[in-house]
Ligand binder design. Structure first.
Ligand SMILES: NC(=O)C1=CN([C@@H]2O[C@H](COP(=O)(O)OP(=O)(O)OC[C@H]3O[C@@H](n4cnc5c(N)ncnc54)[C@H](OP(=O)(O)O)[C@@H]3O)[C@@H](O)[C@H]2O)C=CC1
Ligand SMILES: O=C[C@H](O)[C@@H](O)[C@@H](O)[C@H](O)C(=O)O
Length: 309
């Protein structure tokens, strides 16, 4: 029996699979969200930064009108980096767009501050074009605002995203509330074993993003993925998504294509031999220095991840 949900450190259950909405275009994401929720998805992952939360909200509304219950959907949003000193405001904006009274999980999208008074709401830049990062901001202080957001009742859980072990080690000694979740890029080409192990030790649930290798799903053709998919008679997508659930993580898959949204629901148990093939592939890339991070925004900040600074 494949796991369908995981218990968070606050006692709430989080579904094992969620629909991603990054880069889901206007005119497509409403249908994707509504279709997914009416066909078995229980989690939707969004963010203010994605610029499509109004439409995600329309999709939620359509699903609720069709009989899906609010309490059966786990809605995630994130505080964008220009709002890390204005968490309450960010959460209110997202709730308004989503048409909700509360979200189930609010994440710090990235552990840094982009200038809240800069030349752009989301991506402020300096005269030379570089991102306008406020370098004396301390993400540990920012967490206090996340704890206040939790106390407001407008989110049921709080967590982080894009936190390496180093960043978690900075945060945890001062945290009154231990993050329920760390959402990180994760797949066989970026196993993140150190962070996954550390999170497990600290009771922080991992949500894996870009499991297919992000735009265009390049990991579908990775050799061990194809091999396992042929052996088991399942799709390459199923292998890549199941890898996380088998590791005890929640996985997010983005699609705006109904047939893919549906097929991504097929999570299977991978046996020890399958996991060994995938782990050997990861170890080999690690040894060769060929780990691959697909999501690498130009912040110019060392986040402490293994592949690139
Ligand atoms: N916290 C963070 O900083 C980040 C969070 N995320 C979250 O994780 C989610 C997933 O990651 P994301 O980077 O979007 O990438 P994914 O790894 O989910 O890949 C998405 C791509 O794969 C395609 N695809 C989806 N399913 C299939 C399938 N069954 N067969 C073939 N192709 C398929 C999609 O195409 P199509 O849509 O055209 O069907 C799209 O091009 C995001 O949407 C977002 O919610 C992602 C990045 C960073
Ligand atoms: O969640 C997805 C990613 O983190 C995305 O929000 C960033 O990559 C952003 O587009 C950026 O350019 O900084």
């Amino acid at each position: 029996m494949v796991t369908t949900s995981f218990k968070l450190n606050n006692g709430l259950q989080m579904p094992a699979l969620g629909l991603g909405t990054w880069q889901s275009q206007a005119g497509e994401v409403k249908t994707a969200v509504s279709y997914a929720l009416q066909n078995g998805y229980k989690l939707v992952d969004g963010a203010y930064c994605y610029g499509n939360e109004d439409e995600v909200g329309e999709g939620l509304k359509e699903a609720f009108a069709a009989g899906v219950k609010r309490e059966d959907v786990f809605v995630v949003t994130k505080v964008w980096a220009t709002y890390n000193t204005r968490v309450a405001e960010a959460l209110d904006k997202s709730l308004k767009s989503l048409g909700l009274e509360y979200v189930d999980l609010l994440l710090v999208h990235w552990p840094l501050l982009l200038n809240p008074n800069g030349n752009h709401d989301k991506f402020p830049t300096l005269p030379g074009g570089k991102r306008d990062v406020i370098h004396d901001y301390n993400h540990v202080d920012g967490w206090k605002q996340m704890e206040a957001a939790l106390a407001s009742g407008k989110t049921k859980s709080i967590g982080v995203s894009n936190y390496s072990k180093r960043y978690l080690e900075q945060l945890l000694p001062s945290a009154t509330v231990v993050p329920a979740v760390n959402q990180i890029e994760n797949h066989p080409s970026l196993p993140q074993q150190e962070i996954v192990d550390f999170c497990k030790e600290k009771g922080i649930h991992v949500m894996a993003y870009s499991p297919l290798g992000s735009t265009g799903s390049p990991l579908m053709t990775a050799e061990p993925v194809v091999k396992i998919s042929e052996k088991k008679g399942v799709s390459a997508g199923t292998v890549l998504l199941s890898y996380h659930v088998n590791r005890g993580s929640t996985v997010l898959a983005k699609s705006v294509t109904p047939s893919r949204i549906k097929s991504n629901l097929d999570i299977v148990t991978l046996d020890d031999e399958d996991m060994k093939l995938l782990n050997d592939y990861s170890d080999d890339l690690t040894k060769k220095g060929e780990l691959k991070r697909y999501v690498y925004p130009p912040f110019g900040v060392d986040f402490g991840f293994p592949d690139k600074s």
